[in-house]
Design a binder for this molecule. Sequence first.
Ligand code: GMT
Length: 381
Amino acid sequence: MGYKVGIVCYPTYGGSGAVASELALALTRRGHTVHIFSFALPFRLQMRDLSPVSFHKVEAPEYPLFKSYPPYLLSLVAKIAEISQAAKLDIIHVHYAVPFTLAATLAVEMLDNPRPRVLTTLHGTDVTLVGQDPSFYDVVRFSIEKSHGLTAVSDYLVRETQSIFHPSKPVQRIYNFVDTRRFRREKSVPFLKSIRKEGYKILIHVSNFRLVKRVCDTIQVFANVREKVKCRLVLIGEGPEYPLAKRMAAELKLDSQVHFLGFQMEVESFLSGADVLLMPSEEESFCVAALEALSCGVPVIATNVGGLPEVVAHGECGFLTTIKNISEQTAFTLELLRNESLWMKMSENARARAVSLFDVSKIIPQYEKAYHSLLNHHPED
Ligand code: GMT
């Protein structure tokens, strides 16, 4: 029998919303019923067949008293409680603790038995940054303690959660996943094909252009590499650092060689035409973009921070360097682009790693098991 699952997530461009959306679709394919709660349709669900999932848009009411602060949390609690009762949900699975864990646990408290169980998947900055803000720490710790189950997307994040919040219950590591049948080296967009035809190698970066992604390092590495190898840089995504990145490309007189392509719905069509993914992040609990690149057979040059070493095996399917180490990132990129047999080997390894460790078919059963154990073991909580 399938579970009835409510998924709470951010709709905006980022890994947690992407993972939550792909999880929702994968669960419905396996016979579960899924309800999504968010303030907008998550970006990964746009232009996809939505018929298998029910989407519940959460809107905060307008009222002069609220001025710039409409009570979104209250609306979310009310919506989760209402739908949980009507649809008899078994599980509320929140993606990102702040403030969703609190919302879900409050909503559940409002209901009569049998109440849904709350599973929190911790994604990254909900633990390492936002959750540690002194004004948030106690309330985040309280809500994490109230959540019936906890998962984190890498061993690194499990350790961070334990050392920062000391939860009394275990934190299970469930890695992020990729649909390796969709993300494969097959269907590159014509734009990239034509650049390749002219003999250029393609460097790519995919992110939400937040400060932690260090997009400007990507541009600096590209500037160095292009002096030695004919190449182009493709940047997918948008965010706070976008204007700075554009300015830097202009100042280095690289405007015509750095392609800012903004958000793209079918990121696999861009990844699968690239030679190397550059991911010089300062902080990364996992990095979905790196995994999706590996799945497309694209070796990754990244930093050895957070959970990245669990995704990218150094020397096997890419290279890892220390943060801000532009010269090493440049050297590794050149090594890959100049050595065809090394690139081929790493590309094959990348694909094999994604398929064997992170394919959707390997990870979804781990979530199903977590749901099963939450519903079947009710310790005093
Ligand atoms: O925690 C965040 O910064 C937000 C989150 C997101 O929505 O993009 O990113 C985190 O979750 C992703 C999905 O699990 C991970 O792949 C990212 O590495 C992680 N970001 C950070 O840790 C900075």
